[in-house]
Structure formats: structure tokens, C-alpha cells
Ligand binder design. Structure first.
Ligand code: AMP
Length: 290
């Protein structure tokens, strides 16, 4: 595995690969790698010849008072995991290189960027799309892989690629979960044992929502009520939102159908967690780690 830092080095690796007729698969991450990230690398390898993984904790997507300064960082563990996952090029750019000055031009995510996560975290998706566009400009990947765990992020990236005519294929991979259903997240390290136990409530709430849908319920408000009831029953959990939304622009829906996404966000012992399910797909397609 090649480890590079400088922008010109990553560009050189990509140009070498492309000159050799190899397709580049890109997995952008913020590090503290886990099995969810590994699954994205596998997808990248399936769709491309060279797997390039970036690690960059992007200050632009964190709001004031959020966890940018204490976001988990594990460069040594990340190297080992990236190598074992089959990453060909690990790119760890420095903030000063990506942002020599605060950007004056940024990507506006449009109305979908103000819903759900965007409503709770103003400016978050402008920060995400801006860094992803910069990374795409530097890497020029043929394929880029994102996790369904961050459903709204993936939808906005697809929309950016479509609306700005970017020539990259976007692949969205299933959510990787612990055995008890908790979606893997770098932020799970913040959870102390009681919070870790309580955190399964997001999965339990989604499961009940899917059950209601499968039982024939189509009223979005009733599905939301069912999921919220599960969340409210769990001590130490403060729900942020529970919503049924359209899969493309995350607009609220009144009637749920097979493509509707049920999205949840909650504070669990001080840590903000998110999760989601596409109602018609259910949770069976997600991957559980051993
Ligand atoms: P992050 O490092 O948390 O910014 O995530 C980097 C990429 O990994 C994003 O595309 C996430 O959606 C994806 N990802 C994070 N957690 C999971 C998970 N549990 N399963 C699948 N993909 C994930």
C-alpha cells in the first residue's frame, strides 16, 4: 500500500494508474476506520482496478460546538486496517494543503441540504459537498463509494454529480452493523457501556417502523409514531428527529411507499447518532459484523 500526503503525489498516483488503463475507485472517509469503511473498499475494488481511500477530518462540515477537535483519530490503526482491506493508495491530506485559505466559493446543497441532518446541523452539507467536490477534482475517480448509513449525504452527492455534470459513478453500499443492530460509526467509541446498550434503540425503532410498513401501514405519521414510541421508551436517549422522507430530496412524505426512507437521529448519552432504513427493502440487506 502506498501512503501519500501531498496533493501532487495523489494526482501522480492517479495519473500513473490511468495511463496504465486502470480505473480508479475512491472511498473518502474521516478515518477511525471500521468494518463499514472496509466494506466500501471492497465495493471500490469490485468496480475499479485501483482502490484509493482518503482520510480527512473536514473542518468545514462541523458546526460551532460540534466534535471537530475531539473527533476520533487513529492514523496507526487506520494504516493497518486500510492495508488489510486491500487499499492500494491511502491518502491523508493536510488541512493546510486542502484549505490554504478559507474557501470563498462553496457548494450549495439546495433545499434537500436543509432537511433532517441539515436542519439539525446548519451548513453541514455545504461543508460535505464542498470537500467531496474538491476531493473529486483532485482524484478524478471513475467510481466513488459512499455508505447508505449516511443516506442524506449519499443522496446529496448523487444530486451534485447529476446537477454539476461530474463524470464519476456513485455507488452506495449497505450499512454495516454490529450483531445487535447498532450501525458502525467512528463516533461509537464515545459511548460508555450504558450508552452503548441504549444505542440499539435506533435499530429497534427502525425495525418496528419496517414491521408497521410490512403490516400494511402506509400513513407516514403512524410509522413515525411507532418508531418514536420505541425511542421514547428508552432511558438515556433524546430523539432529535424521526421522519419518513422521499429518497431523492428527503422531502417529508404523507404516504409511505417502498422507496420511502425512515430516518432517525438521537442523542445517546451525549453522542449524536443517526440511522435509516428504506421501508420496502427492510434491514435484511444490511451486513452484520461477526
Ligand atoms: P465517515 O468516515 O464516517 O465520514 O464515513 C466515510 C464513509 O463511510 C461514508 O460514505 C459513510 O457513509 C460510510 N460509512 C460510515 N459508517 C458506515 C457503516 N456502518 N456502513 C457502511 N458505510 C458506512
Amino acid at each position: 500500500m502506498d501512503v501519500v500526503v501531498a496533493l501532487e503525489d495523489v494526482r501522480a498516483r492517479v495519473h500513473d494508474a490511468k495511463r496504465g488503463g486502470r480505473r480508479v475507485g475512491f472511498v473518502p472517509t474521516m478515518g477511525a476506520l471500521h468494518a463499514g469503511h472496509v466494506s466500501l473498499v471492497r465495493r471500490a475494488r469490485a468496480h475499479a482496478d485501483l482502490a484509493l481511500l482518503s482520510i480527512f477530518v473536514n473542518p468545514l462540515q462541523f458546526g460551532a460546538g460540534e466534535d471537530f477537535a475531539r473527533y476520533p483519530r487513529d492514523p496507526v490503526g487506520d494504516r493497518g486496517l486500510a492495508e488489510r482491506a486491500g487499499v492500494d493508495v491511502l491518502w491523508m491530506p493536510e488541512a493546510g494543503a486542502l484549505y490554504p485559505q478559507p474557501p470563498r466559493v462553496t457548494v450549495s446543497p439546495g433545499p434537500a441540504g436543509g432537511r433532517l441532518e441539515g436542519a439539525s446541523r446548519p451548513g453541514h452539507f455545504a461543508g460535505v459537498l464542498t470537500v467531496v467536490l474538491k476531493l473529486f477534482a483532485l482524484v478524478e475517480p471513475d467510481v466513488a463509494v459512499f455508505g447508505r448509513k449516511d443516506f442524506q449525504q449519499a443522496a446529496l452527492i448523487r444530486a451534485m454529480v447529476r446537477d454539476l455534470n461530474l463524470s464519476v459513478s456513485i455507488v452506495v453500499a449497505p450499512t454495516v452493523r454490529e450483531r445487535d443492530g447498532l450501525a458502525l460509526s467512528s463516533r461509537n467509541v464515545y459511548l460508555d457501556p450504558p450508552a452503548r446498550a441504549a444505542a440499539t434503540v435506533l435499530y429497534r425503532a427502525l425495525s418496528r417502523g419496517v414491521e408497521a410498513y410490512r403490516g400494511g401501514e402506509r400513513r407516514a405519521a403512524a410509522i413515525v409514531e411507532t418508531a418514536l414510541g420505541v425511542m421514547a421508551g428508552q432511558e438515556g436517549v433524546a430523539p432529535d428527529y424521526v421522519a419518513c422522507a422521499a429518497p431523492d430530496d428527503l422531502a417529508p412524505v404523507e404516504v409511505a411507499d417502498a422507496g420511502t426512507v425512515l430516518a432517525v437521529a438521537a442523542r445517546v448519552g451525549g453522542t449524536r447518532l443517526i440511522d435509516n432504513v428504506v421501508l420496502g427493502d427492510g434491514l435484511e440487506g444490511d451486513v452484520h459484523v461477526a
